[in-house]
Design a protein around this ligand. Structure first.
Ligand code: SME
Length: 160
């Protein structure tokens, strides 16, 4: 049994340090990327407050395909360059969107989503997946969230 306890009042920097430690412990030495993504989606969901979706899209034949996640059923395929996820995949850069209604081409999988953070996971310079977090709160994600999830993406670069 894995039991990662996290106090909801934990400061963000500490929260992400704990999340990273838990992610490392869960994925270290495990070669199955699906299992690793499933456990990380679960950790994100458990550790980070105010989310309505947390999970992965994987780069398969030049398009993003839904991977393990927590939240409501979501769009299955996203062309590279489309929406927030496709923009992160194409640019290789983190997308932090305070209000998705202002993002041209945003793909609304869940009408409740208001802000979004998408971080690419790269291996040898290529985007192999993106980590997608959605929140019903506008401007839920700040620079500290982006840095925390980028550290996680770095850890996962050879574990998916
Ligand atoms: N909103 C995303 C699509 C994925 S869902 O949020 C799970 C986008 O615009 O890429």
């Amino acid at each position: 049994m894995y039991n990662f306890n996290i106090d909801p009042g934990t400061p963000k920097a500490e929260l992400y340090a704990e999340l990273l430690k838990a992610a490392d412990a869960l994925t270290d030495g495990e070669a199955d990327g699906i299992a690793n993504m499933a456990n990380i989606a679960s950790l994100l969901w458990q550790f980070l407050p105010d989310l309505n979706w947390a999970g992965f899209y994987r780069m398969v034949d030049e398009e993003l395909v839904l991977g393990p996640f927590q939240g409501k059923a979501a769009c299955i395929r996203i062309p590279t360059g489309k929406g927030v996820c496709g923009t992160a995949a194409q640019s290789g850069k983190t997308q932090r969107i305070d209000d998705v209604h202002d993002f041209p081409g945003h793909i609304a999988c869940d009408a409740d989503s208001r802000s979004e953070l998408v971080v690419p996971v790269k291996s040898y310079g290529q985007v192999i997946a993106v980590i997608d977090l959605d929140s019903p709160k506008p401007a839920r994600f700040d620079a500290e969230d982006a840095a925390g999830v980028e550290a996680l993406a770095e850890l996962l670069s050879n574990r998916l």
